[in-house]
Structures are given as C-alpha cells and as structure tokens.
Design a binder for this molecule. Structure first.
Ligand code: ADP
Ligand code: ADP
Ligand code: MG
Length: 657
C-alpha cells in the first residue's frame, strides 16, 4: 500500500480523506493557499505545502504546483477530492507521465464522461436513456433560439463543462433564451474557462436520483445503490438521502445495471456517480456522470458500511474490489444536510464571514441512530468568498426513513452557529414538513413549499408553549438577579401575536407554567444569562433553542420557528396593548443589493420609465451573474452606483420616484 499520499484539495473533503488515510496507516500531505494557512486540514495532515494565493486559479487549480509539492514531499499518489482538478483529464495524464498515481479514474474515462456533451453522446451509444435535446455545441443566440424551438419549451441551457449547479438556466420562452444564453455563456467562461453550451428538454417536476458506482483496474464494476438529491436550490443539492423513496426493487436494479453498463463501457476504475433525472412515474434519463467522489457520498457509506475513500485508494493502488454485487445490501436509511453559509430568509444568498460560534451536535451512536458531521472548520474560522460556502455536511442514519429524519431534526436543533447567515432553520423546516416525510419529492420542492421565499414555519401549539416557558424561565432568572422585589407568580406572556395569562411555580431548575387550559413543565439543562443557547427538557423531551435578547423580550428560535416572546406583569401588559404597532421601513421604492458583490451593469438611467420585470442592474457575486429586475412599474428617481462599483448587502442601488 502507499505510504504517503497528497490531497489536492481543502476544507471538509481534505479532512475526510485524511481520516481514512490515517486509519489505513498512510501518511498525508495537504496543499494550501494563503486563505487556508490556519485551516483544520493543514493542522491535521502530517505535512502541508503552501502553494499560492487564495484564488483557486493561483493555487488549487495549478497542476505544476501540485506536482512540485508531490516531488518535495515524496508522496506516491494524489487524491483530488471534488471540484478543482478532480475531473481534469490532463492533470490525471500529467501525474501518470510523472509516475505519480492519480486516486481517481483513468484519464480516458474522465474525458469521455467529464464533459456533458461528450458523455451524452457516449451514453446514447451505450444504450443508456438520455434527456431529449441537442447533443452538440451551440454557436450563438440565434442558433440557440432555433434549437430551443426545435426541442420545444421549456428547455435547459447548460454549460458543457458545468458543475456544482453553475452554468445552468431554464428557458420557458424565446425571451428567456435571448437573455439566458449569453448569461450562461459568460458564467461558464468565468467559472470553468470553457464556454461550450448545449440545450436539452427541461423535464418538469423531476426527481434527481443517482447511482454510486465503484470499479477496479481488473474490469470489475459494482454499484452501491442510489441516492436521491431532489431537494435543490439553484440546481444545487442541499438535502440528500439513501436509498430513494421513489424506487422499487425493479427500478433500482434497472438503474443500477445501466449505470454499471456505462461505467464498464469506459473501463471505469474508481468511485463515480451516474446522475439521472427521474419522472414521478419512475421513468429515468441519464444526466451526467461525475468522475470523482461525490459531496453526498456519506449517505451511501452509512447504508452500505463501505468506506468509499478507502476503496478509491485501494483500487488506485491496484487491489481488486473486495466484494461483488451480490455482497452489497442496503441497511437502513441515511440523510445528509448541507450546512451552508447562506441566508435562507433572503433567497439563499451566500452570506460569508467568521464562525464566531461553531458548535456541532454530538457525533456517533445516539440511541438506535448514528450522527456524523463532516467538517473542515473550527470555531473562529472564516468562510471566505474564495471557495464553496459550505460549512459542513451533517448526516444521520436510522433503521427507517422516519428514524433518520427524526435524528436529523434533533441534530439540527443542537447545531449552533453564529457570526454569519446559515441555513439550519431551513433544513429543520424541511425535516418537519409532512410532504418531505411522505417522500413526495421533486426538484421543485423548495419553490412549491416556499413560493414567497422561506420565512420559517409558524409555531405549533407545542412550540408556542415551549418558547413561552423558556422565556418565563430566563425572565425569572434575570429578574431574580436584577430586581428580586419584582418577582411574582402571575404574568402575561406574549408569544408572537398571542397573549396569554400564566401562573408560574419555579423551583431548582424546574418551572411549571399553568396557562389555564394546559399546565406544562420545563427543566433547564443548560442556560446562563448571556448564553445564546438554552437546553432543556419539555414535556419529557430534550430540546435546544437559540435565544437572543431583543428590544422587548427575547427572540427565540426552535428549529424553523422564530418567535418574539415577552413576559410582562398584568399592568405592563395593559399599557403594552395601547402602544401603536411599530411600522417597518418602506423599501418598496428601492432596489437593494441582495448581497455583497460587484456591479456589472446598471441598465436604467435617471428619469427613465420602467415596467415590472425589466432588468435594472446585473450584479456579480460568488462568480454568479445575478439579474436584478424591477418589481414594480415606475420612473427612476436616482441611480446611486455605476458599473465596476463594489456594493454591500442592502445598499440602495436604484430608487424609484
Ligand atoms: P455533487 O454532484 O457531488 O453534489 P456538486 O455538483 O454540487 O457536487 O459539486 C461538487 C463540488 O465541486 C462543489 O464544491 C462545486 O462547487 C465543485 N465543482 C463541481 N464542478 C466543478 C468544476 N467543473 N470546477 C470547479 N469546481 C467544481
Ligand atoms: P451539475 O453538473 O451542476 O450537477 P447537472 O446536469 O447534474 O449539473 O444538473 C444539476 C441539476 O439540475 C440536476 O440535479 C437536476 O435537478 C436539474 N436538471 C438538470 N438537467 C435537467 C433537465 N433536463 N430537466 C430538469 N431538471 C434538470
Ligand atoms: Mg450534477
């Protein structure tokens, strides 16, 4: 076996690979950029080699620097992780020429499958069903419109080199193609340095189901069943699970066989994933093959017991797969939530910054379930603008789908992050939704369930009681310290818009709140004044909520539900009722920057009349071009920025009269 490998990647996947290498007794080297000098991967690896500036184009994407680092440290093989150089055939060839092993598939397989146009041609020939469309390059907007109209709307415009949900746009009409084609092309050029575009039929309300395959250098290929990744925003996965609630045994076998046939046709000799879009009727079409380890591989590991990174290393070394298809079985159910630095309340826009608090839930066996958190960060680390804004991947396993969902809900409740926007409340909402639990998924799930954008979930009666009791307990502790003479037993609790009288009896960390209709009991496990997490036991069940003092009362969040809770004496409550409600500032006449970024263009001028839907400005952020449109008809009163300006989130770009 290898004695030392180099990991040409960063973040959680570098840490993930180090863990398996260590288990196998293999020494590890990581490379790192300026932005990652103090990273967890650098701290954990046996050796670390600095390779350049923070932008990936100056470090993680420079093959020469990786090869130099291998030479310098005497590593025998390179694991590329995902992204960066993982699907780059010339990098794999270069390593081979230098006598260094690439822990991934052979370069021919990468070439055949790594490009969307090429792989579609190949899959068609191998008898795999593909999405109807134009399998070839498209030269200009006119050509694009012609093709779109031949296929019939809706269509999907895609970058052939695309990945990570970037370089994809749906077009419902000619106008969408006119706007979308140049935008996808620019995005493809900027993100992948390759602006070849193709167009295929957009399958409406589909599900994303993919098959994990694994091959060795001796012609053996098996599949490790499917993952369903239908919960997506911006065509990028956020929640994944294995197996898929859609598939029956017959479809599973058919899909698995097609995936294996395709892999065998390219002599596939590593871990890879064959992605399909599937109809609700279980029809399925090949989408692309990812010739690398997949972000969501932990769910497959949890249901099969196979360490995919270990197998990748072993087959790269030349070992035979230690199992055949018949030896592989699905055991239980696994869920994965991608924790991102993004603001779910504002269209999931990236929200980078410092992890002022980072406290993941406990890992390992928890009762009859398992929790696993794949992270590459620690408290105090920064999620920078240079790389993917993923903070960690939280996975859970249970005997049944319900058990895995329940474990995920609970783990998310315990996951505490402060300092930047994060999507935990959104992930918790999905776990609590009946539709998700019923398994009726589609890639439209987020749009269907949150048509006005994510605003959290309304409180259940249980949550309202729980948050009221927490507020009463914190209020009591604070009052006892600050003004013990004001302590009393009868209070009014205003939770959200509901006001209720309550009688409180408290003693030694236990609080009984009598709301007249119901009596509830809260035990405090952990909270001190100033802490932002309150842990306790309520109605016999352990819970965690986040708490923040507000101008009046507390802001409390339990899972996806946030409430402002006030505890008042009956007299103060009377006065409170007479106060006029506060009005929010009127921003309807302004176009605000939804995130920090660079102004690419301002498409309106002062005095101009615009109609709803017209383009006002284009903003570039996190390598994506974002089109800001007028949300109303009106006349432009002022334009406050110009192209080339850097803007902050919420900065007023344009004002209407
Ligand atoms: P998966 O299909 O494994 O869920 P994604 O498609 O979301 O993963 O992409 C995996 C990771 O690799 C992400 O961090 C994404 O930003 C990155 N990525 C994917 N394709 C490319 C590419 N061609 N170049 C650079 N990064 C990429
Ligand atoms: P990436 O390389 O970015 O992962 P994919 O081609 O895998 O790109 O597409 C990403 C996602 O977009 C898929 O998971 C699927 O949800 C959606 N998608 C892609 N192609 C289609 C299509 N033709 N019809 C409907 N949805 C699609
Ligand atoms: Mg994909």
């Amino acid at each position: 076996m290898f004695s030392k490998i180099l990991i040409a990647n960063r973040g959680e996947i570098a840490v993930r690979i180090i863990k398996t290498a260590r288990k196998m007794g293999i020494k590890t080297v990581v490379v790192y950029s300026e932005a990652d000098a103090d990273s967890m991967a650098v701290e954990m690896a046996d050796e670390a080699v600095f390779i350049g500036g923070a932008p990936a184009s100056e470090s993680y994407l420079v093959a020469d620097k990786i090869v130099d680092a291998v030479r310098q440290t005497g590593a025998q093989a390179v694991h590329p992780g995902f992204g960066f150089l993982s699907e780059n055939a010339s990098f794999a060839r270069r390593l081979a020429a230098e006598g260094i092993v690439f822990i991934g598939p052979n370069p021919k397989a990468i070439e055949a499958m790594g490009d969307k146009i090429e792989s579609k041609k190949f899959a068609g020939k191998a008898g795999v069903s593909t999405v109807p469309g134009h399998v070839g390059e498209i030269s200009d907007t006119r050509h694009a419109i012609q093709i779109a109209e031949e296929i019939g709307y809706p269509v999907m415009i895609k970058a052939s080199a695309g990945g990570g949900g970037k370089g994809i746009r749906v077009a419902w009409s000619r106008k969408d193609v006119e706007e979308g084609f140049p935008a996808v092309r620019a995005e493809a050029k900027a993100s992948f340095g390759d602006d070849r575009i193709f167009i295929e039929k957009f399958i409406e309300s589909p599900r994303h189901v993919e098959i994990q395959v694994l091959g060795d250098k001796h012609g053996n290929v098996v599949h490790l069943f499917e993952r369903e990744c239908s919960i997506q925003r911006r065509n990028q996965k956020v929640i994944e699970e294995a197996p898929s609630p859609l598939l029956d045994e017959k479809t599973r076998r058919a899909m698995g066989e097609q995936a294996v046939a395709l892999a065998k046709a390219v002599n596939y000799d590593s871990a890879g994933t064959v992605e399909f879009v599937a109809g609700q009727d279980k029809s399925f079409f090949f989408l692309e093959m990812n010739t690398r380890l997949q972000v969501e591989h932990p769910v497959t590991e949890l249901i099969t017991g196979v360490d995919l990174v270990e197998q990748m290393i072993r087959v790269a070394y030349g070992e035979k797969l230690p199992f055949a298809q018949k030896d592989l079985k699905i055991n239980g159910w696994a869920m994965e939530s991608r924790i991102y630095a993004e603001d779910p309340y504002r269209g999931f826009l990236p929200s980078i910054g410092r992890l002022v608090r980072y406290a993941p839930p406990p890992e390992g066996e928890i009762g009859p379930t398992i929790t696993r958190n794949d992270a590459g960060v620690r408290e105090g680390d920064e999620i920078s603008m240079f790389y993917d804004p993923m903070i960690s991947k939280l996975s859970t396993w249970g005997k049944t789908r319900e058990a895995a969902i329940d474990a995920m809900g609970r783990a998310l409740e315990d996951f505490h992050i402060e300092g930047l926007g994060q999507n935990i409340p959104f992930l918790a909402a999905v776990m609590d939704q009946k539709r998700f639990r019923s398994g009726k998924l589609s890639t439209n799930y987020i749009k269907d369930e949150f048509p006005e954008g994510f605003q959290g979930l309304p409180p259940t009666d249980f949550q309202r009681d729980l948050m009221s009791a927490v507020a009463l307990s914190m209020h009591r502790t604070l009052t006892r310290r600050a003004a013990p003479n004001l302590l009393r037993d009868d209070w009014i609790v205003i939770a959200g818009h509901q006001s209720r009288p309550v009688k409180v009896a408290a003693d030694n960390g236990t609080l009984i709140a009598d709301f007249g209709t119901r009596k509830v009991k809260l035990e405090t496990i952990d909270w001190r004044p100033g802490s932002s997490q309150f842990r306790g036991k309520f109605a016999g069940r352990e819970f965690t909520v986040t708490v923040k003092p507000a101008a009046e009362g507390f802001v409390i969040r339990h899972r996806a539900t946030t409430l402002n809770v006030l505890v008042l004496s009956p007299r103060s409550a009377e006065l409170h009722e007479k106060l006029p409600p506060k009005k929010a500032a009127d921003t309807s006449k302004m176009v605000l920057s939804p995130m920090p970024g660079l102004v690419v263009s301002i498409d309106v001028a002062q005095g101009q009349d615009v109609k709803t839907g017209e383009i006002v400005a284009v903003l570039e952020a996190m390598k994506m071009q974002n089109i800001l449109r007028a949300e109303r008809d009106g006349t432009i009163k002022a334009v406050n920025v110009k192209s080339g300006d850097s803007v902050a989130a919420d900065e007023v770009l344009v004002e209407f009269a």
